[in-house]
Design a protein around this ligand. Structure first.
Ligand code: AMP
Length: 548
């Protein structure tokens, strides 16, 4: 027997309508590409999204068409989020940090019809425009006065387009399983693959963003969203912020320490979200300018860190500097992205700071809606004892079941998706990533976690960034090599670093060598690019290798 509750479809337009009606005055603050701070609110965002929806219709955009963006975090990008999906088209957020060839590939693969871009990317757009096969119009996200002087046919001005349209638009009702947005994962090998979200998956994911044990987003928060809107829907925060009526602060292109600090202070941000690389820049800025800063200007309560492992030293710094609690989260493009969030349990009350930090270092517990398990090489489920580590599998209503225009099977018969991460699960449900399955170091038949070694190394005061890779070894198969960038002006030797790690990891995990470098390769989403690093060290011989 079916129940008798209404089947109202879960559509993204309902989020912005709710925000406009019940939190209309709540601010959306952006640092613009042009420089000045711009202030608007949810009511205005909705009204302008409606103008934009009218403009999209006038430009011939039909339901299901892909509309691309190449833009920073700003109010116009949020308007695109709601207008494009709201009218039934699909928002394709292109990561502008990808190689130009990859951008060309994904725009053509997605068969984008329009492209909206921030002026920063004008030279890139001009270069790529002749290579886009399906894009009819290219729209500069600015006003007439700032229109970039580029030679692109069909170039339009965003503000002119909006001014020509009414702010009345009836958001259509349709099947909640309709595609809403598209993000390509920038895998380290092969062509990027498109994850196609639905209205339903995104609204459900937004609810979890607003739950206390999820991201805890509520109307009381002032959120600095450092995670780019072009990286997995900005972790869904632009949706959860509208659902809850939170204040949203958007940093534009300025992610340097000073700019981020300034926004945190001026906009009284209580919550911020980003990958570790950005926090390194912020913490470095604070360290350099400590004497001239009044840290009590910062009202941060929580910092959500994900995308890569949050090092212990970073968790401690946020606590010591601002009294802010680092909530470690894990997820991936294929998961919309949130899978686990690192909140404490009642049993942790009263524990020492050290023990609390040890909980925070783990990637957190599955939020409701995400099922997960770890399996061994034989595919059998492993114990949740915090020690056994194996391939992490997930399933749930915001986990992908395939890639766009790609027939590869990505889930098994029971719906499990292989994340490509290797992890432990402890008896309390806390998951800890020990590696990407491709990066784990296999030494003498046992696995060594490169992430654990990296985290231990960055705790050294002279270390700016560290990467650990496996190097072929005659006796052990592979042994770890630690590659380090020193902080500017700092000195540390190979022997000092190895001695520092000595009491932090198992003896047989200790790297066989340390190499100091000036830069490390990163992907377009700021993760260490281990494949490139391994290529760089392909002919490297460890001093412990008898074949050397
Ligand atoms: P992406 O799809 O670009 O968001 O990348 C997802 C991958 O980033 C995951 O499969 C993990 O390997 C990695 N990742 C995300 N969050 C974390 C985290 N908190 N700690 C370690 N790795 C993470």
């Amino acid at each position: 027997m079916l129940g008798l509750i209404q089947d109202r479809p879960l559509l993204l337009s309902s989020l912005i309508e709710h925000a406009a009606l019940y939190h209309g005055d709540r601010e959306v603050v952006s640092r613009t590409v042009e420089g000045p701070i711009h202030r608007t609110n949810w009511r205005e965002i909705n009204a302008r999204a409606k103008r934009l929806a009218n403009a999209l219709v006038a430009l011939g955009v039909k339901p299901g068409d892909r509309v691309a963006t190449m833009a920073w975090n700003g109010y116009r990008h949020v308007e695109l989020y709601y207008a494009v999906s709201g009218m039934g088209a699909v928002l394709h957020t292109i990561n502008p940090r990808l190689f130009p060839e990859q951008i060309e590939y994904i725009a053509n693969h997605a068969e984008d019809t329009l492209l909206f871009f921030d002026a920063t990317f004008a030279p890139l757009v001009e270069k790529l425009a002749p290579r886009f096969k399906t894009i009819r119009n290219i729209v500069a996200l600015t006003d007439k006065a700032h229109l970039p002087a580029i030679n692109v046919s069909g170039l339009l001005c965003y503000e002119e387009m909006l001014a020509a349209q009414p702010d009345r638009f009836e958001w259509p009702q349709f099947d909640e399983r309709t595609a809403s947005s598209l993000c390509y994962t920038s895998g380290t090998t092969g062509n990027p693959k498109g994850v196609l979200y639905t209205h339903r998956s995104t609204v459900l994911h937004s609810f979890s963003g607003c739950s206390a044990d999820g991201l805890g987003i509520s109307s009381g928060e002032s959120i600095l969203l450092i995670v780019p809107l072009f990286h997995v829907n900005g972790w869904g925060v632009a949706y959860s912020a509208a659902m809850s009526g939170a204040k949203l602060v958007l940093p534009g292109p300025a992610l340097d320490g000073r700019s981020v600090y300034e926004l945190l202070a001026k906009e009284a941000c209580t919550l911020t979200l980003g990958v570790p690389t950005v926090w390194l820049m912020l913490l470095d800025y604070i360290e350099q300018n400590r004497a001239s800063l009044n840290l009590s200007d910062i009202k941060l309560k929580r910092v959500i860190i994900g995308g890569s492992a949050a090092p212990r030293a970073m968790i401690e710094k946020f606590r010591d500097l601002f009294g802010a609690f680092v909530v470690h989260a894990w997820g991936m493009t294929e998961m919309s992205p949130i899978g686990t969030v690192g909140h404490l349990l009642p049993k942790h009350a009263g524990l020492s700071t050290e023990k609390i930090t040890a909980v925070q270092v783990k990637q957190g517990r599955a939020i409701y809606g995400v099922e997960m398990k770890i399996v061994g090489e034989d595919g059998k489920e492993l114990q949740r004892d915090g020690k056994a580590f194996g391939d992490l599998l997930v399933r749930g209503p915001w986990v992908t079941r395939g890639y766009f225009k790609n027939d590869d099977a990505v889930i098994d018969e029971q719906g499990w998706f292989r994340t490509g991460d290797v992890a432990t699960l402890d008896p309390d449900g806390y998951m800890q990533i020990t590696d990407r399955s491709k990066d784990v170091i296999k030494s003498g038949g046992e696995w060594i976690s490169s992430i654990d070694l990296e985290n231990a190394a960055v705790a050294h005061p002279a270390v700016q960034e560290a990467a650990v890779i496996g190097i072929a070894h005659n006796k052990w198969g592979e042994r770890p090599l630690l590659v380090v960038i020193k902080k500017s002006g700092a000195t540390v030797t190979r022997e000092e670093l190895l001695a520092f790690l000595g009491d932090k990891v198992a003896k047989w995990w200790l790297p066989d060598d340390v190499v100091f470098v000036d830069t490390l390769p990163h992907t377009a989403t700021g993760k260490l690019q281990k494949t490139t690093l391994r290529d760089q060290f392909r002919t490297y011989r460890l001093p412990t290798d008898s074949a050397a």
